[in-house]
Design a protein around this ligand. Structure first.
Ligand code: NAD
Length: 416
């Protein structure tokens, strides 16, 4: 099935929420457009002496509530529409958890696995120089995303510092700890999913000890989520990754699977203590809780009928299409939307930026308790909107986020 244009898909969700809340058409018009989109060329000297020119983007959707915030991805499939959709989502994600940011996102069209370390470093630095006029701790604060990591953030931070001439480290988040990174950043998205799942189960009256969970994806988000669900007494019975998966009705030993993955080329395929399953099987299992934590658009119109879970927590970005979400809502499945469920990562990025700005660093316990406070509050704020409008959680999350951003814009007024 052909994938929807990501930005059009994002606008569909926005339009639905805007319609329900009765957002005025001028405000809707403004919010459906990006404040600024920059396209840059990134020339890089390759190791053999010749030059390649890569295309890069940085999009800032809305900064009514604060600087733009969002990752930078390096991937051959990066497109302008994708970067625009992702920055649009970031505006709503930041607004749902009520952190003082707007939405941004960047990307370079490149397959980084084909670059040497030196080429990757030169690409990262030159891309930052090209987008330098629009980034900074008060303007736009990038972070890691697909195929970018703390080392790349370190090179980017250094490049920024060399240009401005003073050690401003709050321009990037997701940095190594030695360079002002926050404790708890690596586990943050999984922790956030844990806190949100706790609240969701309480809200619909499911006892964690009676919940069986199936998880698609065993990378950063999937593996931390699995570990933390077990911590909360949930039985994780199925996990998959890109190469296959495992099912064990008695519960999987997540720590053992992480060790297996780390010693078997990054995959759990072939893990012995359970039955082998396919990459997609967890989505359609007879369990109470399903967590898609890998790819977008995995639950669609053509397969939504196979879903048997009572609760789905969208840990990945956009794993359920808007049409599939409609079908699930009609069937009474409780879907916790991505902009709420996986906002733990950007929330700890916010903590990192805040720590950098007052040069005082938190212990892990403080990071976790603050994260729990933000996530729990956001969950209940979304549920209040859900009850007020009698809508599904995804629409409620968008209504809440749009209301917060639109309200900031109304107070400021549209310049001039
Ligand atoms: P990752 O690269 O660490 O892991 C991705 C996992 O998905 C891997 O286990 C991979 O094998 C698996 N996978 C890939 N294709 C698959 C397929 N066809 N079927 C089953 N599994 C498949 O990525 P991540 O950081 O864990 O991100 C996962 C999702 O969460 C993405 O949608 C990402 O945008 C979203 N997300 C991540 C963060 C974060 O902080 N890392 C924050 C918010 C949202």
């Amino acid at each position: 099935m052909k994938k929807a244009n990501p930005f059009e898909e994002a606008l569909r969700t926005f339009d639905k929420a805007a319609g329900i809340m009765g957002l005025d058409s001028d405000m809707a018009k403004i919010l459906k457009n990006h404040e600024r989109v920059l396209e840059v060329s990134v020339p890089v000297r390759m190791d053999d002496g010749h030059y390649e020119v890569f295309k890069g983007y940085r999009a800032q959707h809305n900064t009514a509530k604060g600087p733009a915030k969002g990752g930078i991805r390096f991937h051959p499939d990066v497109t302008l529409d994708e970067v625009k959709a992702l920055s649009f989502w970031m505006t709503w994600k930041c607004a749902v958890v009520d952190i003082p940011y707007g939405g941004g996102k960047g990307g370079v069209v490149v397959d980084p696995s084909k670059l040497s370390m030196g080429e990757l470093e030169r690409l990262s630095r030159r891309y930052i120089v090209e987008i330098l006029p629009i980034i900074g701790p008060n303007k736009d604060v990038p972070a890691p995303d697909v195929n970018t990591n703390p080392q790349i953030m370190a090179w980017m931070t250094d490049t920024y510092i060399m240009h401005v001439g003073y050690p401003e480290i709050a321009t990037f988040t997701g940095k190594p700890l030695e360079l002002g990174g926050s404790k708890g950043r690596i586990e943050a998205t999984g922790r956030g999913v844990q806190y949100i799942t706790r609240e969701a189960l309480k809200y619909i009256g499911l006892e964690p000890s009676k919940v069986r969970a199936a998880i698609q994806g065993f990378g950063n988000v999937g593996s931390y989520t699995a570990r933390f669900l077990v911590e909360d007494g949930i039985k994780v019975v199925a996990i998959s990754d890109a190469f296959g998966g495992v099912y064990n009705p008695n519960g999987l030993d997540v720590e053992d699977m992480i060790r297996y993955r780390d010693t078997h080329g990054g995959t759990i395929n072939g893990y012995p203590n359970g039955e082998p399953i396919s990459s997609d099987d967890p989505l359609f299992m007879d369990v109470e809780l399903v967590i898609p934590a890998a790819l977008d658009e995995v639950i669609r119109e053509d397969n939504v009928d196979k879903v048997r879970a009572q609760v789905i927590v969208e840990a990945a970005n956009g794993p359920i299409t808007s049409e599939a979400n409609r079908v699930l809502t009609e069937r009474g499945v409780f879907v916790v939307p991505d902009i709420l469920a996986n906002a733990g990562g950007v929330t700890v990025s916010y903590f990192e930026w805040a720590q950098n700005r007052y040069s005082y660093y938190w212990e892990i316990e403080q990071v976790r308790s603050e994260l729990r406070r933000f996530m729990t509050k956001a969950f209940h704020n979304v549920m209040e909107v859900r009850e007020k409008y009698n809508v599904d959680p995804k629409s409620a999350a968008y209504i809440l986020a749009i209301e917060r951003v639109a309200s900031a814009m109304r107070l400021r007024g549209i310049y001039p």
